[in-house]
Write a protein that binds this ligand. Sequence first.
Ligand code: SAH
Length: 295
Amino acid sequence: MFHVKLSKANGGGFDNPPVSRETIGHVGFVDFLGAAASVCAALRTFTVWSKPVTPEGEALLLSAALPLGLDLQPHMMVFRQLQAALLEGNTRINLTSITAEREIILKHFIDSLGCLQGGWLNGSTPLVDLGTGAGFPALPLAIIKPELPILAVDATAKKIEFVTRTAQTLKLGNVRGLAARAEELGRNAAHRGQHDRVVMRAVAALPVLAELALPLLREGGLLIAQKGQLSDAEYQAGREAAEMLGGELFHVEHYHLPVSNDARSIAIFRKIRATPELYPRRSGVPNKKPLVDNS
Ligand code: SAH
């Protein structure tokens, strides 16, 4: 019964040339898989739209954003959807180890928005989020700054698929995903020396970030590197590496995260001349052998 119905829908009905039972069975099975996939997709969308964020969670997000100078009230619905999408996506691919609502709000949403401290991302100069992972800081930023075009880059294609799908679900037209390694982009004429702003959160030590990001920047462009508490040794190593790469580490913002009071720093690099052809080195090398080792 199931087979006949499905095969008819595929043009295998009685008016058409005879189709063997085997073919009908096959077409039916393929259609069954298609139908099952549609049901899964519908369920996913339903989960994303219906998953509740508790009133405590909403209150926490609102109150934690205030000390950062941000009013998230107008964006509450979209943050709710982002939280649901993250939890749903995490059931299929390994996106984050942070799954408790309170932690998602403080360690992903609020921490991400910390990159606005100091005003280095004011305005609408297009931004590259290099090593975006599950979309941090790209997605929270895109929600509150719809005028800011963001290219979200990560080496892991599945993470970029998630970011792209989530941006569509949340109707964030300002986010584009790109699955690529920073080292490849740094040697690609379409990206080398072509960007004005790069942000990186929780990707690597400063000398590694400098080698991955500075080649992408135009002269005068900025790298905004979000770090935990920055040690003097890492700061010095970052300065030395920047000089080798045609940049300078010229400023550090220090602040504390609301609620948890954890220390955070943002290191600001500027590109001041062309990066020597030697850099970035081959994929994986910047991480394995940092230009300046601060360990
Ligand atoms: N920025 C996100 C993810 C941090 S985890 C957040 O704050 O939650 C670091 C991410 O950087 C990983 O997803 C990893 O795939 C990506 N990454 C590391 N080295 C990279 C490289 N050379 N090029 C592109 N992505 C890289």
